[in-house]
Design a protein around this ligand. Structure first.
Ligand code: NOJ
Length: 533
């Protein structure tokens, strides 16, 4: 069934990634929870987001904070109950907001009953739910594949003498997508949540499901990069396999069997635009595929403009691009891109809000929240505990939402120790910024409101405009955006219609020559624009 484009609410929309444990603690245990999300839905509605993506909510031993699921049909007791989730979906719906969950199909927890059975009874029907292989003749692991920490991706099971695969922690065994029963399990899991009103899923490790059937060694990768390959190997055979596309085509049919089509948003950790485009299929796989080259771009006009141009050139006609700059793995853009400089954070928000397609904000982006260097003794992320790279530890971007300037940041009750320490909440907090019309928060709200008025339900036409060095100028629908990525003021190349918004907040007379302040962006209506894209 082909959905009508009118049902594609994510086109022109803003999604908001909410790291549940860090949003708001409603029961005084130091962890954010579903009750906390319900309590702040009015805030999200005021901000103007169209949907929220919740970081993992399913029961888990939390070796990887929910990305190690032991029950795909439940809610983690520390976060709430199924009834709480139902209430959240209903209350969000009353505010015209959708709720997406995080689905982890690449691996489960080793505590999942499937894996327990897979390791247990010889001849168990669950044995082939996971990737098992014999040792090499020398007793070593079956291939040279490495996990996300740089160690062997194979763990030896003494009882059977075979190795099992884990692309992440040893307690996250990879599921075996060559096994039909695994497909059937996930079809049923999808239906379980869609039937409850979940609007879609962010799909964890979407590029990873299938592994090479012959378990061939990965080739060397001399140049290290998060996308091309870390630890000296290119992940050619333990991820990025072509068979994965058929999984998403099947899930898309399920998603579109609902009167309000459900959304599949993939964590497509790939560096090549053609590969990224492939995840959209022929408008029959994922409706949105995260763009990591954009995430990892430098905050410069040529890099960002180049990636946006290349992405749009590669995507198939109906495909909706999606732009994000922060998340719980890579860190926050006000630090990564902006080094804490508020002018740059404002400019980044202006860019995110005016690119065509969907945008995903990470909690705290709207107040310019920065990474926080969590002291080693307070870190909670096992995956990056001993990561020696600068900014390698992921806890830095998972600290509690900063609601006010109090010692608890308004995140939890007075005297309760939050699960991760609070970042710098003196200026970057909601209460202070809501009271200041010139704040980053108000700029973000104004941008989202403009975006909704201009782009809602559509993928705006994008066209780059020649610009002086250091500037990025583009048309998006009826808008024209001019952004100065330099420390110098610059004359704006393009004569524009009335200026609707400036990242610096400086009002501008319309239609005249314009000078952009350092790191300033403006949004204007194109001369002759009608107001509808
Ligand atoms: C990607 C998730 O975003 C990350 O947090 C997690 O550790 C891995 N996938 C494994 O699930």
């Amino acid at each position: 069934m082909q959905e009508s484009t009118a049902g594609r609410w994510w086109q022109g929309a803003v999604l908001y990634q909410l790291y549940v444990r860090s949003w708001l603690d409603s029961d005084g245990d130091g962890y954010g929870d579903l009750g906390g999300i319900i309590a702040r839905l009015d805030y999200l509605s005021w901000l103007g987001v169209d949907g929220i993506w919740l970081s993992p909510t399913m029961p888990s031993p939390d070796d990887d904070w929910g990305y190690d699921v032991c029950d795909y049909r439940g809610v983690h007791p520390e976060l709430g109950t199924l009834a709480d989730l139902d209430r959240l979906i209903a209350e969000a719906g009353q505010r015209d907001m959708r709720v997406l969950l995080d689905l982890v199909p690449n691996h489960s927890s080793s505590a999942h009953p499937w894996f327990v059975a897979s390791c247990g009874e010889p001849g168990s029907q669950y044995r082939d739910y996971y990737v098992w292989a014999d040792p090499r003749p020398d007793g070593g692991p079956p291939s040279n594949w490495l996990d996300a920490t740089g160690r062997s991706a194979w763990a030896l099971d003494d009882r059977s003498g075979q190795y099992y695969l884990h692309n992440f922690l040893p307690s996250q065994p990879d599921l075996n997508w060559w096994e039909d029963a695994v497909h059937e399990e996930f079809r049923q899991i999808l239906a379980f949540w869609f039937d409850r009103g979940v609007a879609g899923f962010r799909i964890d490790v979407a590029h990873g499901l299938y592994k090479d059937a012959k378990l061939r060694d990965n080739p060397p990768q001399p140049v290290q990069s998060p996308l091309a390959g870390r630890f000296g190997l290119r992940p050619e055979y333990n991820a990025n396999r072509p068979e994965t596309h058929a999984v998403f085509a099947g899930w898309r049919r399920i998603a579109e069997s609902y009167p309000a089509p459900r959304l599949l948003l993939g964590e497509t950790w790939v560096g090549e635009f053609e590969r990224l485009a492939g995840y959209y299929g022929h408008d029959d796989e994922l409706q949105l595929a995260f763009n990591f080259p954009f995430v990892f771009a430098g905050f410069t006009a040529p890099q960002l403009a180049g990636i946006v141009g290349a992405t749009l050139a590669a995507l198939p006609a109906a495909a909706c691009p999606v732009w994000t700059a922060s998340n719980h793995d890579v860190g926050r853009f006000p630090t990564r891109w902006c080094g804490g400089d508020e002018r740059k954070a404002r400019l980044a928000l202006l860019i995110l809000a005016t690119l065509p397609g969907a945008a995903v904000l990470y909690y705290g982006d709207e107040i310019g929240m920065t990474d926080f260097d969590v002291p080693p003794e307070l870190r909670r992320d096992k995956m990056t505990w001993d990561d020696p790279t600068p900014r390698g530890n992921r806890d830095r971007a998972r600290t509690p939402m900063q609601w006010d300037a109090s010692p608890s940041g308004g995140f939890t009750e007075r005297g309760v120790m939050p699960w991760l320490p609070l970042g710098d909440n003196a200026v970057a907090n909601v209460a202070r910024q809501q009271a200041d019309r010139e704040s980053v928060l108000w700029l973000c709200r104004d941008l989202l409101s403009l975006r909704r008025a201009e782009f809602r339900g559509q993928i705006a036409r994008y066209e780059a405009v020649p610009a002086p060095e250091g500037q990025w100028v583009y048309r998006a629908g009826d808008l024209i955006v001019a952004a100065n990525f330099t420390d110098q003021p610059g004359a704006c190349a393009e004569p524009a219609g009335p200026v609707l918004l400036s990242s610096s907040g400086t009002p501008r007379p319309g239609g005249t020559e314009l000078t952009l302040a350092p790191w300033e962006g403006i949004v204007a209506r194109q001369a002759g624009g009608t107001g509808s894209s």
